[in-house]
Ligand binder design. Sequence first.
Ligand code: LMR
Length: 341
Amino acid sequence: MTNPHTVRKRSFVAAAMMSAALAATMVLPDLALAQSPIVIKFSHVVADKTPKGQGALKFKELAEKKLPGKVEVQVFPSSQLFGDAKELEALLLGDVQFIAPSLSKFDRYTKKIQVFDLPFLFDDLDAVDRFQNSAAGQGLLTSMTSRGLLGLAYWHNGMKQLSTNKDKLQRPEDVKGLKFRIQASDVLEAQFRALDANPQKMAFAEVYQALQTGVVDGQENTWSNIYSQKFFEVQKTIAETNHGVIDYMVVTNAKWWDGLPADVRKGLSEAMAEATTYANKLANDINEADRKRIADAGKAKIQKLTKDDLAAWRKAMEPMWKKFEGGIGRDLIDAALKANK
Ligand code: LMR
């Protein structure tokens, strides 16, 4: 027969073990936090030697310097971790903590952001910069928090050029009937339809092959993307249209960000501000240098456009402003126009 004293002793031991285990589970996460760095994954789709690639690497360097032992930033370029079809979902699921999609890729989350896709709205990258730094532009950074996305900064790439696998690319009629790869944006889809061309939404990582195999005839992008992805090797003509912009919003998961220890959030905010200044200063130079590399390679012809040519492109594309005004809001379009000075 079991001695009641032994039973009491056993249950006392069991209870003591249970509360020790409970205490350990409550204390351990804190200890773990104090000892091992918070791993922050920053995923993007372009090469390291592009404005966004350089910005991400600078952010890593600064964040780890400001928060030694507290954070480890892992940068995954060139769609290695997630391509642009998946990166926004991955951020919301917590599989990655920072991404910097092109502004064209957010229109599922807010229609207001379509302002950046309106063709010929901004005169140049300086105007884009002024708009982004205005109250209206800054307001867009927090316009998707109800969808779980918090914008921390705008990063520049540059103005878009149009390329095709045809010799002639000077006027809107030259793209009639051609197939174009576009980013996942309804404005860009409508823009190419207005040119009587056939737009096809496609992830960035698939574009080179689609151009090479003739799945599409052309695309629109910045010099740095055309160079680093080697699009110039599989296109015949690149027209200097500067008809729109590819810039980025660095976004994080709003809930994850709010849950960070205050000192970490502060350090990361400072690192982001400094990396932004750094990357935005580089963007123009990288695009200019890549334009020259493409010209020197002599594979694709760079087609300069006259004032009349540009006016024709503008006339063909400008109806997008009215078409999308309802979702964007007239106030935002006016604020963008004001930034042209
Ligand atoms: C594209 O899809 O063409 C660009 O948005 C890629 C990028 O991130 O610059």
